[in-house]
Design a protein around this ligand. Structure first.
Ligand code: SAH
Ligand code: SF4
Length: 380
C-alpha cells in the first residue's frame, strides 16, 4: 500500500535546501542534483545567483526570467530564507547590532557602523566564540562553539542589507561599503570558510564588494597570514596591542606560539603590500599597561619599514573586565608620537558602546543565557 505523505503525520517531506549563502558552484551543483539539464545548469545558476545576491529576493515569484512552471518546481525543493534576527538594537549614535540565529544554539552578532565620512562598515563574525583568550576581549571569555560556514558569514551581510534596504546591490549610494572581520572569533582559524564567503561577497554580479573594501583582522595566526592574503586579496589588520613579547604574551596568549619576530616577518611578506595597501595595526589603549611614551617608541621601532597605519582603540569595558581605558590625554599623546614618526594613527571613536556593540564587547546572547543559567543553578 502506498503511504500518503500529506496525511501521515509521521512522514515529513524532505527538508528544502537553502540556496541563499551558497556559491555559484554550489548552486550549480544543487541544480544538477535536482535534475536541471546539464546544458542549462550554468545559465540557471547565474540567473539565480543574480536574483539572490544582486536583487536580494527571498521568494521565487520575483524571478521573472525563469518560467513559472520551473519556478514552482524549484520552490518545492529550494528555499531562499534569511536566518532570524533574534534581536536588533540601535545605538544613540546610529550603530546597529544584530543578534542572528543561524541554527538552534548558534547565535552570532554583527554590527553595522554607519559612515562618519564616506564609509559605512559591517563588522562580521567568523566563529561563535573564540578559542583564544585575549585578556581584554569579551569574546575571548566565551568558549568556542563552532566555526561559521561560508554561507553563515555571507548571510550576515545579507541580513544587514535587508535591514538597511540596500537592494539591488548594483545601485549606487550605498550606506554599507566595507566589511571588517572584527566581530566574534578569529577569522584565520576559519580561513577556508572566510575565503569562500569572500568569493560570494565580492562577486561583481552579486553583492559586489571590492576586495580592498574587506579587512581581515587577526590576532596573529602567523602560518595563515600570507596564504589568506593570496587567497582573498583582502586588506589585513593585526591586533597588535603590545610591541614587546613579554607584554604581548601576557595580554594575548597566542603570542607565545607566534612571537612578534615571526608575526612581523609574515606582515612583511603580505601580498600586495604598498603605501596604497597598508597593514592596519590595532592597538587597544589599556590604562597603565601599554600606553606609556616608552611603549610608543617600542611600537615605532617594531613597525619600521612596513607600510602601516596604527589604529588606536580606546578600551571598551565589559562586565567583569579587569582593565580600564587610558585617559584621553594619554591616548592623544601616544597618537602624536606615532604620527610624528610618520604613521597615520587615528583614534577610533568608540561606536555603539551603549548597546555593547563596540570592539571586543560582543558575546552572543546564547552564551549570556548559559551564564545566567549557570548562576541560577549555583543559587539552587
Ligand atoms: N579575532 C580577531 C578579530 C576580532 S577582535 C582579532 O583579534 O583581530 C576585533 C578587534 O577588537 C581586535 O583588534 C581586538 O583586539 C579588539 N578588541 C577586543 N576586545 C576589545 C576591547 N574590550 N576594547 C577594544 N578593543 C577590543
Ligand atoms: Fe578572539 Fe580576537 Fe577576542 Fe582575541 S581579540 S579573544 S582573537 S576575538
Amino acid at each position: 500500500m502506498e503511504l500518503d505523505i500529506t496525511t501521515n503525520p509521521n512522514i515529513k517531506p524532505p527538508a528544502k535546501i537553502q540556496l541563499a549563502g551558497l556559491t555559484r558552484a554550489e548552486i550549480a551543483g544543487a541544480l544538477t542534483d535536482f535534475g536541471i539539464e546539464p546544458k542549462q545548469v550554468r545559465m540557471r545558476a547565474g540567473q539565480i545567483f543574480r536574483w539572490v545576491y544582486n536583487y536580494g529576493v527571498t521568494d521565487w515569484s520575483s524571478m521573472t526570467n525563469i518560467a513559472k512552471g520551473l519556478r514552482a518546481e524549484l520552490s518545492g525543493a529550494f528555499e531562499l530564507n534569511r536566518p532570524e534576527i533574534v534581536e536588533r538594537q540601535i545605538s544613540v549614535d546610529g550603530t546597529r547590532k544584530y543578534l542572528i540565529r543561524m541554527a538552534p544554539g548558534i547565535e552570532v552578532e554583527s554590527v553595522f557602523i554607519p559612515a562618519v565620512s564616506k564609509t559605512g562598515a559591517l563588522c562580521v563574525s567568523s566563529q561563535v566564540g573564540c578559542t583564544l583568550t585575549c585578556k581584554f576581549c569579551h569574546t575571548g571569555s566565551q568558549r568556542l562553539v563552532r566555526n561559521l560556514s561560508a554561507a553563515e558569514i555571507a548571510l550576515q551581510v545579507m541580513v544587514a542589507k535587508d535591514d538597511l534596504e540596500e537592494w539591488p546591490s548594483s545601485e549606487g549610494g550605498r550606506k554599507l561599503t566595507n566589511i571588517v572581520f572584527m566581530g566574534m572569533g578569529e577569522p584565520l582559524y576559519n580561513t577556508d570558510n572566510v575565503a569562500q564567503a569572500l568569493d560570494i561577497i565580492c562577486d561583481p554580479e552579486g553583492l559586489s564588494f571590492g576586495r580592498r573594501r574587506i579587512t581581515l583582522s587577526t590576532s596573529g595566526v602567523v602560518p595563515e597570514i600570507v596564504s589568506a592574503g593570496e587567497r582573498t586579496k583582502a586588506m589585513l589588520a593585526i591586533s597588535l596591542h603590545a610591541a614587546n613579547d613579554q607584554l604581548r604574551t601576557q595580554i594575548m596568549p597566542i603570542n607565545k606560539k607566534y612571537p612578534l619576530a615571526e608575526l612581523m616577518a609574515a606582515c612583511r611578506a603580505y601580498p600586495g603590500l604598498s603605501n596604497a595597501k597598508r597593514i592596519t595595526f590595532e592597538y587597544v589603549m589599556l590604562k597603565g599597561v601599554n600606553d606609556s611614551p616608552r611603549h610608543a617608541v617600542e611600537l615605532i621601532n617594531l613597525l619600521k619599514g612596513i607600510p602601516a597605519k596604527v589604529n588606536l582603540i580606546p578600551f571598551n569595558p565589559w562586565p567583569g573586565s579587569e582593565y580600564e581605558c587610558s585617559s584621553w590625554e594619554t591616548i592623544e599623546r601616544f597618537a602624536d608620537k606615532i604620527n610624528a614618526a610618520g604613521y597615520a594613527s587615528p583614534i577610533r571613536t568608540p561606536r555603539g558602546r551603549d548597546i555593547l556593540a563596540a570592539c571586543g564587547q560582543l558575546k552572543s546572547e546564547s552564551e549570556k543565557m548559559r551564564a545566567s543559567e549557570r548562576r541560577t543553578l549555583k543559587e539552587k
